[in-house]
Structure formats: C-alpha cells, structure tokens
Design a protein around this ligand. Structure first.
Ligand code: XMP
Length: 322
C-alpha cells in the first residue's frame, strides 16, 4: 500500500486543510463534484473540506438508504444548514432493500447490497444527472489498512482493490482524508468548525444498520435494531466509550412473556474502549446500567426476549458483527 499515514502527533490541522482545499480545487477544476454525507465524522469532514474548496460547485447528498438511525437524515440536514451547506436527501430505500433481499453473507451484503447499489445505481445516476466528474469520499487510513490486510472489506474501498472507478462507474473518486486515522480526522473536523456533536461522534459504519443485522436485512429487522440502537445510544451517551452499538441476532430463542412461551429476538449490546478501532476492549460498564438497557430493550423493542453484552476484545472479535 503506497499511501503514507499522517500520524496524529505530526498533523498540523491548518496546513492539512489548506493543502487539501488546494488539491480538491485543482482536481475538480471548473467542473462539479458530488459527495455523499452520511453524518459520520469522515464524510462530514470531507463535506466541509469540499465546500471550502468548491462552494456551490459541490453537490452534497444524504442517501436515505433506509438503514440509518432514528431521525438521522433530517438531523444531519439541519446541522449542515446551520453551517451554510445545503444537503439534499435522496430517497433510495427501495433500491437498497431490493438489493439486500435474501442476502445473508456479510461480504456479499457489503459488496452487492451496499457498494454496488450505492456507487453504481444511486450515485452513478446522481453523478450523470448533475454532470459531475468527481466524487469526494471520506475513506480513512484504517479503512484501507483493514481492507488490504483482508480483515474486512470496508464498503468504501475501491482503488485499493484495483477497481477503476472511471471505467466501472464513470467518475473519478477523490479521497482527501485517506492519510488520517480517526483521532486526526476529528481534529481536522474541529479546526474546520464542525460542531462537537459531529466531530466527536462515535464512529458509525458506512453500511449503517445493515452492519448490525446478522442474517437477512429487511425493513422489519432494521426497525428492530434501530429501536434498540436508540436505547443503547441514549443510555451510553455519557459513558465516554469509543463506540457503542446494538446488534440483532439471526437466531431466535425461547423466552417467557405474560406467562406464555415467546420465541423471540436476541439483541447483543457492544461497547468499546479503543482509540482507533484497530484493537478494542469491552468497556466495564456498571451492571446496573446494563440491566437498565436490557429492561428498556425487552420492554420497548417488540419481540425481544434476550439481551446480551459482548465481553470479548478485538481481536479476535470485531467492533461490528457483520
Ligand atoms: P470492525 O468491525 O472492522 O470495525 O472492527 C472497525 C471500525 O470500522 C467501522 N466499520 C465500518 N465502517 N464501512 C465503514 O465505513 C464498513 O463496512 C465498516 N465496518 C466496520 C466500525 O464501526 C468501527 O468503527
């Protein structure tokens, strides 16, 4: 891999920003660029860098893939409106769920279900419609490293896998933060004037809640994991961990509700201490807090009868389950 990392302690945010803004302006020339904003730290930083370099020659879209957290699309549009960046929501729910139908293999979910629909069907069309030749993308150094090492194919890795985006999708991909790991991306976000609620957000995967449903991804199963995610995120908002999440398991288990057998769903809660997601340790959360989360999930998420907490570190576990 010939990409050089800029370690956090060697990063000068101001000169990094200046350099990337210059490089973006040069790469796009007097044409148009597009980018997809998911609301995560990486795509938020790229949106502001792109906006600084290109102004209204950058079209920013929020792809509503149906896999996002509760209230997410409008929340992100509102945050960026306050920063003077217009964001258009594109409703692509049907396309994503159609592509994910019947798919259970994790890598196939990423590849066929997410990467292909995102880059070709949804983005390919947007790019053609607005005449842009460049797509800005928030790939970071860890994404490249994990994909190249064969740990997991991150949905946004293309060139590093030998995919020629010009030939495959009809546009060039530019990746301004590819030399940075998460802590450095956050520092650049702060320097760009992103609100802290965004630059300090826990990481969230590009394939969104599809990365947290084991087995087939359907609108119904996403609704379950979305409701559990809301509870976990509310209860752990102040716990100081690196990342926390809920996973919907594929297997059902026997439970008991109102004196009757209930063959129900299982939710797994994960909460990680980590600095860069390369390794991680489960956070030693107070047991009373875990119990409160379990009580809320079993009471508020329909059909859930079991809640577990992951206590295995990464490696050999991973942050996400898919
Ligand atoms: P894993 O599960 O590999 O996650 O331990 C490491 C970090 O990357 C995030 N993650 C992803 N992010 N696309 C992304 O954009 C993906 O396919 C993906 N899979 C995992 C994960 O949330 C964690 O912060």
């Amino acid at each position: 891999m010939d990409i050089r990392e800029i370690p956090f302690d060697q990063l000068n945010t101001e000169s990094f920003i200046e350099e990337q803004v210059r490089a973006l302006a040069e790469a796009v020339g007097d044409g148009l660029a597009v980018n997809a904003l998911s609301g995560g730290v990486d795509s938020s930083v790229v949106t502001l860098l792109g906006h600084r370099a290109l102004g209204d020659r950058l079209k920013t879209y929020f792809i509503e893939n149906g896999l996002m957290r509760e209230g997410e699309p409008q929340y992100i549009v509102d945050v960026f409106a306050k920063l003077g960046v217009p964001v258009e929501i594109v409703d692509a729910r049907e396309q994503f769920f159609a592509a994910l139908k019947g798919v259970t293999d994790p890598e196939e979910k990423r590849d066929k279900g997410i990467t292909h629909v995102f880059y070709k069907d949804v983005f390919g069309k947007l790019v053609t419609d607005c005449g842009a030749k460049v797509l800005l993308q928030g790939t970071n150094y860890t994404d490249v490293e994990e994909t190249v090492a064969g740990v997991k194919r991150q949905h946004n890795i293309l060139a590093q896998l030998g995919i020629d985006t010009e030939a495959a999708y009809g546009y060039q991909v530019v990746e301004p933060i590819i030399q940075l790991r998460k802590p450095a991306v956050r520092a650049v976000g702060e320097a760009l004037g992103l609100p802290e609620e965004i630059y300090n957000r826990p990481p969230f995967p590009g394939p969104a809640l599809a990365a947290r449903v084991i087995g087939e991804v359907t609108p119904e199963r996403i609704a379950l994991v979305r409701a559990a995610t809301s509870i976990v995120e509310t209860e752990l908002a102040d716990c100081g961990a690196f990342q926390y999440l809920a996973i919907l398991h594929e297997d059902r288990v026997t439970g008991l509700r109102d004196g009757k057998r209930d063959f129900g769903h299982q939710i797994e809660v994960r909460c990680w201490d980590s600095t860069d997601a390369v390794t991680g340790t489960p956070t030693e959360l107070p047991f009373a807090l875990l119990r409160k989360i379990a009580d809320r999930i079993t009471a508020e998420v329909p059909g859930v009868v079991s809640v577990t907490y992951n206590i295995a570190p990464k490696p050999p576990s991973c942050i996400e389950a898919v």
